[in-house]
Design a binder for this molecule. Structure first.
Ligand code: PGA
Length: 249
């Protein structure tokens, strides 16, 4: 399975900057061994769709409405709307959504369902806080967050992004041992609950940069990366993609 690199722009971007960044991605010679996507703010999905139209780079949404049927939900973007615009992946449950917008498993299950129903590909983000890791309950927390996948056992493709909250935007990257242990735990959890026919990819996220990408991406347990800060810098993001393209695994 190809490794997947998703750039998560979060709440960053302006039309002219986006133009430059997206054009550089399009101008780069096509990646053959990996998949690349950019999770742009919803207001810029249209622009990204336009610029990436003739490339293999896919568009991801950072969030989606929990409501799947059009209606009086001011400010919301439905999965059908994202589909209409050419979005392929949708991030579900990023820790910033959980932290600042009170998204719990009930809300996230609805979002996950809305995305699956529309035929888009959800990327379920999970991750423990430093306090939870210190307390020795990291696996318990991840297991509880993975419960969102229960009920989707007919799904053939599952993508989970493991992003320890303490590693996001902090410059503190999880160690190879920590990543290996948690990715293995997540894969086993999914295979056990959803059956061995499911294809599972576990991405790592949390301070992935040019200087640590090789180590992270050459880990056989890492099926790609969710890149925040470094995805806003064209050269850094392209370097990370190039490492993934070249890495032996
Ligand atoms: P970061 O963000 O790479 O800036 O740590 C990752 C993420 O939150 O997806």
């Amino acid at each position: 399975m190809k490794k997947l690199i998703i750039g998560n722009w979060k709440m960053h971007g302006r039309i002219s900057d986006n133009n430059q960044l997206l054009r550089s991605l399009v101008d780069h010679k096509p990646f053959r061994r990996i998949e690349v996507a950019v999770a742009v703010p919803s207001v810029y999905v249209f622009q990204a769709e336009d610029l990436l139209a003739n490339s293999d780079i896919r568009i991801a949404a950072q969030d989606v409405s929990r409501f799947s049927v059009d209606g009086a939900y001011t400010g919301e973007n439905s999965a059908a709307m994202l589909n209409d615009l050419g979005v392929f992946y949708v991030l579900i449950g990023h820790s910033e959504r959980r932290q600042y917008f009170g998204e719990n498993n009930d809300i996230l299950s609805e979002k996950y369902g809305a995305v699956v129903k529309e035929g888009l590909v959800p990327v379920l983000c999970v991750g423990e806080t430093q306090a939870e890791r210190n307390a020795g309950i990291a696996e318990q927390v991840i297991s509880q967050q993975l419960e969102i996948l229960s009920g989707y056992d007919s799904q053939t493709q599952v993508i989970v992004a493991y992003e320890p909250v303490w590693a996001i935007g902090s410059g503190n990257v999880a160690t190879v041992e920590q990543i290996t242990a948690m990715h293995t735990y997540i894969k086993n959890w999914v295979l056990q609950k959803m059956g061995s026919a499911v294809s599972i990819r576990v991405l790592y996220g949390g301070s992935v940069k040019e200087d640590n990408a090789v180590v992270i991406l050459s880990n056989v347990n890492v099926d790609g990366a969710l890149v925040g800060g470094a995805s806003l810098k064209t050269s850094a993001f392209l370097s990370i993609c190039e490492y993934a393209e070249k890495t032996e695994y």
